[in-house]
Ligand binder design. Structure first.
Ligand code: 1GP
Length: 255
């Protein structure tokens, strides 16, 4: 037998950070903010207290675009740079890790596991750290809900979300992501976050529709371990809204 799979350095670092409470990820789309522009956003976000950079978010991201953004960010930012893939074509070895995620409630088996079977050898060949994650789209789901062909979890069905999340954990996934969809009018309901959090042991990531500190606080109170924001920096840069979100996360952490 060869060496069994172990937790890689990025995941280990995130776990260490999580020992002191919740953390924040800044999602940057390398198509909208290419190369050094992605690095400008990343550096500013990390300086304000964000803990990691996710690269991804739209359709049409190329390996070249992803690689250039990841390289630029890694030159300037010590925080992990993690690919949030929209498909195998957006993988690039310049990043630190990839969220190797199954879209749990998709009707399209490609997005549940088949694309993964095609991409896994490339991930291994690139030397990218794969962090296994269950990705669950909650209504309204927005564009990822459409492209992902999901049966979105209704907002009033926290037990359904908890069942998916626990199944993901039992299948060996080490993160669960509750996604309301980028630009959603409201984030995932805090009651759903609470029920999922109490069902699982792995860290819980929550994203979609978080625009202000006031949006972030109930999610943190409900037990979210990681908050992801993307649109707020695309629309307003690293202004007041972004700052209040990161500040809420910081306040929820132990000194
Ligand atoms: C999208 O959850 C992320 O995958 C971020 O959503 O763009 O609404 O912040 P927003």
């Amino acid at each position: 037998m060869t060496t069994p799979p172990t937790i890689g350095p990025v995941e280990a670092r995130l776990r260490t950070l999580l020992e002191r409470g919740p953390i924040h990820f800044t999602l940057i789309d390398p198509e909208k903010s290419p190369g050094e522009r992605a690095a400008d956003v990343a550096q500013g976000a990390v300086d304000l207290g964000s803990h990691a950079i996710l690269l991804g978010g739209s359709t049409g991201i190329t390996r070249k675009g992803m690689g250039e953004a990841a390289s630029a960010i890694r030159r300037r930012v010590a925080a992990p740079t993690i690919i949030f893939p929209e498909g195998p074509g957006s993988l690039a070895p310049e990043a630190d890790a990839v969220l190797f995620m199954s879209l749990l409630n998709s009707r399209n088996l490609d997005l549940v596991v088949r694309a993964h079977a095609r991409a896994a050898p490339a991930v291994r060949a690139m030397g990218l750290e794969a962090i296994p994650m269950g990705y669950l789209v909650v209504a309204p789901g927005m564009r990822v809900g459409e492209v992902g062909q999901v049966d979105a979890v209704p907002r009033d069905a926290p037990a359904l979300a908890a069942g998916y999340a626990l199944a993901a954990e039992m299948l060996g996934m080490r993160l669960v992501y509750l996604e309301a969809g980028s630009g959603a009018p409201a984030p995932v309901p805090p009651e759903m976050v609470r029920e999922v959090r109490s069902a699982i042991r792995v860290p819980l990531v929550v994203g979609g529709g978080i625009r202000t500190g006031a949006d972030a606080r109930p999610l943190l109170d409900a037990g979210a371990d990681v908050l992801v924001t993307g649109t707020v920096t695309e629309e307003q840069g690293l202004g007041e809204r972004f700052r209040t979100i990161v500040e809420e996360v910081r306040r929820a952490r132990r000194a």
